[in-house]
Design a binder for this molecule. Structure first.
Ligand code: C2E
Ligand code: CA
Ligand code: CA
Ligand code: CA
Length: 279
């Protein structure tokens, strides 16, 4: 058994080396990605469940790697967060998203809200508020069209600090929403002190909505909680008509997911908004 244990250790050590090398290679590449314009944004529509209209989009970053092709964020955002590179990446995302939102408006399309994900390290950075203001000013975008998504676990780490920073952003006219709601451990008492306009039901509760009575109960509880706190509520990861029907029936306000559209390049959003004007 001892021998086996030792072999296992060697096996794991080997695996760790491989992934460490892999990590270093990715990190090295990521450093260049921002400067060499290898990052792209895709946009996923957010739809009003009552009117069926696209009222906003979420910006989702992709890395167009010269050799690996399109790298998904799950493969580099955690690394970027760990290394601190997320601050530079996040700033690029913010500026590009604001620029794009303004560019649709300039094309005469109906204005929509632009949601940008903010990671813990980016949120903690004391330059965040200034950088958000600068991105808006540079793009010429009114703050009311920008929404920042922060995760439930992020804001619950240090409630007072999060409340203070979010109030500052809210004062600028920016909307705030809580992402992945239901996966963290929210203090319900704390929740009401945050200036939040929207809760986002995590997709893990949406996936089995048609079959799991537990998930149905959770979804209904989050919808009811949101409404009691005068917030809107959106469900992410909506893939089937059945899920949409459940959510609509429970009074969920909005949805996002493959059922309506996967994340797409900016021109596709332009086309959707143009169609909306004709409807
Ligand atoms: P998230 O913020 O929870 O984003 C939702 C994820 O669900 C996105 O994955 C989206 O493509 C995916 N999704 C949308 N509809 C469906 C659906 O119907 N079914 C399923 N199964 N998935 C769906 P994506 O684009 O791979 O992003 C993954 C995560 O990476 C995001 O999760 C977010 O945490 C992070 N991320 C993406 N872009 C950024 C960014 O610009 N900054 C930061 N800090 N994080 C980002
Ligand atoms: Ca998000
Ligand atoms: Ca989410
Ligand atoms: Ca998530």
């Amino acid at each position: 058994a001892k021998e086996l244990g030792k072999n296992n250790c060697q096996f794991y050590a080997h695996e760790m080396n491989a992934s460490l090398e892999e990590k270093l290679a990715l990190m090295e590449g990521l450093r260049r990605a921002v400067d060499e314009s290898q990052l792209r944004l895709l946009y996923q529509p957010k739809v009003d469940l009552v009117t069926g209209r696209v009222f906003g989009v979420e910006a989702l970053v992709r890395w167009q790697h010269p050799e690996r092709g399109m790298v998904r964020p799950d493969q580099f955002i955690p690394l970027a967060e760990e290394s601190g590179m997320i601050v530079a990446i996040g700033e690029w995302v913010l500026r590009e998203a604001c620029r794009q939102a303004r560019s649709w408006q300039d094309a005469g399309l109906p204005p929509i809200s632009m949601s940008v994900n903010v990671s813990p390290r980016q949120f903690d950075d004391r330059r965040l508020v200034g950088r958000v203001a600068a991105a808006l000013a540079e793009a010429g975008l009114d703050a009311r069209w920008l929404e920042l998504e922060v995760t439930e676990s992020l804001i619950m780490r240090d409630v007072q600090q999060a409340v203070d920073k979010m109030r500052e952003l809210e004062t600028m006219g920016i909307a705030l929403s809580i992402d992945d709601f239901g996966t963290g451990y929210s203090s319900l008492a704390a929740l009401k002190s945050f200036p939040i306009s929207r809760l986002k039901i995590d997709k893990s509760f949406v996936r089995d909505l048609a079959h799991s009575t537990d998930d149905q109960a959770i979804a209904r509880a989050i919808i009811s909680l949101s409404h009691q706190l005068q917030m809107r509520v959106i469900a992410e990861g909506v893939e089937t008509e059945q899920q949409r029907e459940f959510l609509a029936q429970y009074g969920c306000d909005e949805m996002q997911g493959y059922l309506f559209s996967k994340p797409v390049p900016p021109d596709d959003i332009g086309a959707m908004l143009a169609l909306r004007m004709l409807a």
